[in-house]
Design a protein around this ligand. Sequence first.
Ligand SMILES: Nc1ncnc2c1ncn2[C@@H]1O[C@H](COP(=O)(O)OP(=O)(O)OP(=O)(O)O)[C@@H](O)[C@H]1O
Ligand SMILES: [Mg+2]
Length: 242
Amino acid sequence: MSPLLDVSGLTKRYGGVTANADIVFDVNEGEIVGIIGPNGAGKSTLFDLITGFQQPDGGRVLLDGHDITGLRPDRISRLGVARTFQKLKPFIDLTVTENVIVGALAHTSDMKTARDRALESLAFVDLLEKRNNFARELSTGQRKRLELARALAMSPRLILMDEVTGGVDQRSIVGLIALVLELKQRGVTVVMIEHNMQVIMRLADRILALHAGRPIAFGAPEQVRSEPAVVDAYLGTVTDAA
Ligand SMILES: Nc1ncnc2c1ncn2[C@@H]1O[C@H](COP(=O)(O)OP(=O)(O)OP(=O)(O)O)[C@@H](O)[C@H]1O
Ligand SMILES: [Mg+2]
């Protein structure tokens, strides 16, 4: 069986910065794959390249064996790949429901279907009670959930989540973990960038560790965590930063 997502040799330079250097990893259908690495390691860039928001300087991305490298973001999303953004930019003057409908409308032009899908996603992330609030009234944790709902309203088979637990209180983190497991139960494949080691060790089937744009380990969580390069590069800086 070929992997759902197959990334090889992905490379991206911004001026003198090599944000991604020859990244190789794959994701099987139904798997949860974690991506870790210190600030600036290239994690979000990797999502930008996979989802078409940036063009790679080299390498390729296969989805279900089909080459999707460099396709436009809307085409990739229509192939069933959704993502959340690390930098949250909800439409603050729209309601919560309207924000999610915008996401759903990427996949259907039928307003009723879009609204139904939006409400379903909001229920899934436990934000239904805020559906008529303006997005600007939401806390950080609630905005993260809104961002997740927006992505889920596209009914993806693969979702890329960029630090959904960042800046979220401990109680909400427990809810987010349950949510990711529920997604897996429903057959959605998940790739998640995550700074919280406890969360990622608990959830991931496999972990890719990046450092300065390069892949330094890829495998089972315990194996990656004990990799000397990871301990040096990642755990060291996280402890320093904490
Ligand atoms: N659009 C861009 N233009 C110029 N440089 C960029 C751009 N996106 C990323 N970079 C640079 O590429 C490198 C990797 O950035 P990236 O955002 O991918 O890291 P990250 O691992 O997601 O970091 P963080 O944990 O802080 O989110 C950084 O040096 C960053 O400044
Ligand atoms: Mg990032």
